[in-house]
Ligand binder design. Structure first.
Ligand code: B4P
Length: 191
């Protein structure tokens, strides 16, 4: 089993590259952003709770997200590996993920971090806002807040996995297929 975290700031292309990686490697895709948006669409209690955090560019509380991931891992026993996209986003989530995977006798093999300059992130989110229908894309202040939250809370995830020598940082700027090829090279060297 090979478990991968695709890491990076909001708008760095995690979702874009995840789609390509799952069709090449057959990972089970676990995007907490997608799971949360599905809960909102279905107007579940969890979705209603998550929406106000997401609309403000804040993180949804750890306990809510960890519970959701626990259920998703439990529902997908026997897969070849997970691709975690947008999770973990805090050190507490990273520690919880390590424990969860441990109970299934597996662990994170690799963290691939996409490096994209801040001004490009904003450009991408403004562009995505035209088609995504996402309320968290539309407002520039919300985008700035998401980047600040990334710096204050999410960078600690990369630091956590760096202590286990599991992080590779790649250029996330430029042609999508070139970035994809560089991600594949790192996976192929280890899988
Ligand atoms: P997410 O759904 O995870 O989304 P994201 O970080 O905004 O974007 P991503 O990096 O996937 O970028 P994309 O490929 O779309 O999070 C949304 C919200 O959910 C969070 O703010 C938070 O509130 C909540 N949430 C999610 N997970 C959570 C957790 N674990 N804990 C707490 N809260 C959580 O790319 C962006 C755009 O750029 C696209 O339009 C794409 O077409 C374009 N693009 C991609 N690659 C490009 C390239 N190389 N060049 C030019 N454009 C490119």
């Amino acid at each position: 089993m090979f478990n991968l975290i695709l890491f990076g700031p909001p708008g760095s292309g995690k979702g874009t590259q995840s789609e390509k990686l799952i069709s090449t490697y057959g990972f089970k895709h676990l995007s907490t952003g997608d799971l949360l948006r599905s809960e909102i669409k279905n107007q579940t209690k969890l979705g209603l709770e998550a929406k106000s955090f997401m609309d403000n560019g804040q993180l949804v509380p750890d306990a809510v997200v960890i519970g959701m991931v626990d259920a998703a891992i439990g529902a997908n026993k026997g897969v070849n590996g997970f691709l975690f996209d947008g999770f973990p986003r805090t050190k507490a989530q990273a520690i919880a993920l390590d424990e969860l995977l441990g109970t299934h006798d597996t662990s994170i093999n690799l963290v691939l971090a996409l490096d994209v300059p801040e001004d490009e992130l904003v450009v991408r989110m403004i562009k995505r806002a035209k088609t995504s229908g996402r309320s968290d894309d539309a407002d520039e202040n919300v985008q700035k807040n998401r980047i600040a939250v990334y710096k204050n809370e999410t960078l600690a995830v990369a630091e956590h996995y760096a202590t286990f020598d599991k992080v590779i940082t790649l250029n996330g700027l430029g042609d999508i297929d070139v970035i994809f090829a560089s991600l594949c090279a790192e996976i192929d060297a280890r899988a």
